[in-house]
Structures are given as structure tokens and as C-alpha cells.
Design a binder for this molecule. Structure first.
Ligand code: PRP
Length: 213
């Protein structure tokens, strides 16, 4: 029997990912029980679930320790690893944006390049490289909106969901980089080697997402 290992992002996306997997007829109750356990199995033993930090899902799947994973498109874009992106799961919708003050502000003396604060340095670098702009990336790990507020950066590259964090801080979307949502990704070798087990499950996931199951 081919056991399928799924990497699930802990946090925002986990609940809806588990809901879709459950609607495919897979018993995920072990994952739903609150505990510190990181590896779970369904009662049939056909599926194993590993709970990982969202930013780590692509690496677990790319390295083949997980056959598939559910992760946000933002994380995938940032990781840029060779994975098959099989399905847009439709939840976790938001946008990757450049945001800043609505009016243009002077940069401090001696600062020539646009200063971009972000949790997504690769996405920011690629976006401005495509536009031919040289920038100074300021990597942060959270509360990125503070960057322009305290004069650390001119703009931010970040996720905008409801827009309330921007609004509360007097910032606006300046450019939209990409629409985002949760995606099902699959390891390239797993799809070949375990295709008989993986493909029917992926089809079921697709049917659930399209509302046909
Ligand atoms: C994310 C993102 C924005 C906010 C956007 O941060 O980085 O700050 O959510 O959501 P909104 O448009 O609905 O306000 P998160 O909550 O993950 O916290 P962090 O800033 O500490 O990373």
C-alpha cells in the first residue's frame, strides 16, 4: 500500500485544508484534536499528515518527505521550488501588493534607492527586477506596515486581505503584484511513482473544490 504523506500549513490555512480533505472522505480527526503532536495518520493508515510552519511546506514537498501539501500561493512564489501546483483550492484569498503612503514622501538624504520592507524578499526582488528598478530590500519577519510609518522603508511588499491593517495605518495599495489563495502542490517524483494513489485523490479534491462532491 502506498502511504500518502501530506504537509499541512499550521495556522490560518489548516482548518479549511482539513475541511476539504475530510470532504474527500478522509478521516482527519486525529489532526483536529488539539495536541503538540506533529505527525498524524488517518484510521486506514493510507494518509499521513505532517503539520509544519507555512513557509516550510514547499521544502517538505520538494524534498519528497511529503508527497503533497496545502500552502498559500505567496509562500510558493517566495520559495520558487520545482513543485507541481495541481489545484487552486479557492480559500485564503488575498493579494500580494506594494503599499505605502498615498502621497509621495521625500527620502532621507543619501538614500537613493527605493527602500522596500517585506517578509517576501524574493517576490519583491523579482517584481522590481522586472520593472528594471534597483531597490534596497529590508527583510522583516512581521508587522511590515511599520516600515513606512517609522521611516524604515518607503514602501512594503506584503499580503493584503481585508485591507484593514493598511487602512488603520494610513497606507494604501500602490500596485497589485498577484492574486493569492491556497494551492495543492505535489512532489514531481511522487506523482510518477505514487500516481495510482495520488491522482484519484487529487481528482476528488478538485471535485470538492468545484462543488461537485
Ligand atoms: C498579514 C499581512 C498583513 C495583514 C493583512 O499579517 O502581513 O500585515 O495580515 O491583512 P488585512 O489586509 O486583513 O489587514 P499577519 O496577520 O500574518 O501578521 P504579521 O504582520 O505579524 O506577519
Amino acid at each position: 500500500m502506498n502511504v500518502i504523506t501530506l504537509a499541512l500549513a499550521k495556522g490560518r490555512l489548516a482548518e479549511q485544508a482539513i475541511d476539504i480533505i475530510t470532504r474527500c472522505g478522509i478521516d482527519c480527526s486525529s489532526v483536529q484534536n488539539p495536541s503538540r503532536k506533529l505527525v498524524h495518520e488517518d484510521p486506514t493508515g493510507r494518509f499521513r499528515f505532517i503539520l509544519v510552519k507555512p513557509a516550510d511546506v514547499p521544502i517538505y514537498v520538494a524534498r519528497g518527505v511529503a508527497d503533497a501539501g496545502v500552502v498559500g500561493k505567496d509562500t510558493l512564489m517566495e520559495a520558487n521550488l520545482p513543485l507541481y501546483e495541481m489545484l487552486d483550492l479557492g480559500f485564503g484569498q488575498c493579494r500580494m501588493c506594494v503599499a505605502g503612503f498615498p502621497d509621495k514622501r521625500e527620502r532621507p538624504i543619501g538614500v537613493s534607492n527605493l527602500r522596500v520592507a517585506t517578509k517576501y524578499p524574493n517576490i519583491a526582488r523579482n517584481w522590481y527586477a522586472r520593472k528594471g528598478e534597483t531597490i534596497d530590500i529590508i527583510p522583516l519577519s512581521g508587522s511590515v506596515e511599520l516600515g513606512p510609518l517609522v521611516g524604515l522603508s518607503d514602501v512594503i511588499v506584503d499580503i493584503v486581505e481585508s485591507g484593514s491593517t493598511l487602512k488603520a495605518n494610513g497606507l494604501v495599495v500602490l500596485e497589485e503584484i498577484a492574486p493569492l489563495s491556497a494551492r495543492l502542490v505535489v512532489n514531481q517524483t511522487s506523482l510518477k511513482v505514487k500516481g495510482d494513489a495520488l491522482r484519484p485523490w487529487i481528482d476528488q479534491m478538485a471535485a470538492v473544490v468545484e462543488g461537485k462532491a
